[in-house]
Ligand binder design. Sequence first.
Ligand code: NAD
Length: 260
Amino acid sequence: MLAGKSALVTGSTSGIGLGLARALARAGANVMLNGFGDAAAIEALRRDLAAETGVRVAYHAADVSRPEAVAALVEAAEAAFGAVDILVNNAGLQHVAPVDEFPEEKWTLIQDVVLNSAFHATKAALPGMKRRNWGRILNLVSVHGLIASPYKSAYTAAKHGLVGLTKTVALEVAETGITCNAICPGYVRTPLVEGQIASQAQVHKLPPDRVIREVILAAQPSKRFVEIEEVAALAVFLCGENARSITGSSIPIDGGWTAR
Ligand code: NAD
C-alpha cells in the first residue's frame, strides 16, 4: 500500500513510535528510525525490521530537542531514501508534578521534544513534500491535546500546541496532496506509561495496581489500555489514498475518554 514511499518516525526506538515504524515498513514504506537506546539493540531492531519487511530501514540518533539535530535528521532521511513522504512526529516524554512545583528544565524539555521538534521537522520536510505534491504528516498527540489532567501542565500545553500546529499546517497545504493530522490516543501501555504509573504512585501515595485501576484507567471508559497495533493501523490508514480528505483532524483513539 505504501510501496515506494519513505517515512521518518521520530522517537521510534520504543513504544508507539516503534509500532508505527513497524506498521509503515510492513505496508511497504522505507523507514528512518530515530530515538534513544542501546546502540546494539537499535541496530538489531533495524536489521530485523529490514529483513522481515524487505524495505530499507535506517537509523539516526538525533536528539530532537535540538533544532539543528532535527534538521539533520530530515536531511539524513532525504539523503538515505531520496524523500520524506511520511513524517511522524512521535517523540515525547512526560513529567508529572503540580504546576507550582514543576521543574523549569522539564517544562522546557517537554516543549522542545513534543512541540518544537514537530515544528522544525515539518518545516524541513514540507518543501520536498510540496515539490512532489504528496505528503502525510502525522503528529502523535494524545487525549491531552484535547483535554487536560492535573499534574501534566507541560505535556498538556505542548500537546494542545501540537493540535494547533496540525490545524495550521493542514490549512496551509490544503490544496496540495499533503495532509496533516493529529492522532490522540488514550493510555497505551508503553515505557512512557510505565514511568507515569510509578510517578503517579508517588503523587497519589498508592501501589501501582491501584494507580492503574483508580488513576490511569479511571478516565478511560473502556477500562483497557489502547493497543499499539490499533494506533499503528490508524496511522497506516491516514497515510493511504482513502484518507486524502482527512486533514487538520485530531482523531481520538481513547476507549471513549473524550466522549465524556
Ligand atoms: P516511549 O517512552 O515508549 O517512547 C518515546 C520515544 O521517544 C523513544 O523512542 C525515545 O527514545 C524517544 N525520545 C524521547 N526523547 C527524545 C529526544 N529528545 N530525541 C529523540 N527521541 C526521543 O513513549 P510512548 O508511550 O511510545 O510515546 C510516544 C508518543 O506517543 C509520545 O509523543 C507520547 O506523548 C504519545 N502518547 C503516548 C500515550 C501512551 O499512553 N503511551 C498516549 C498518548 C500519546
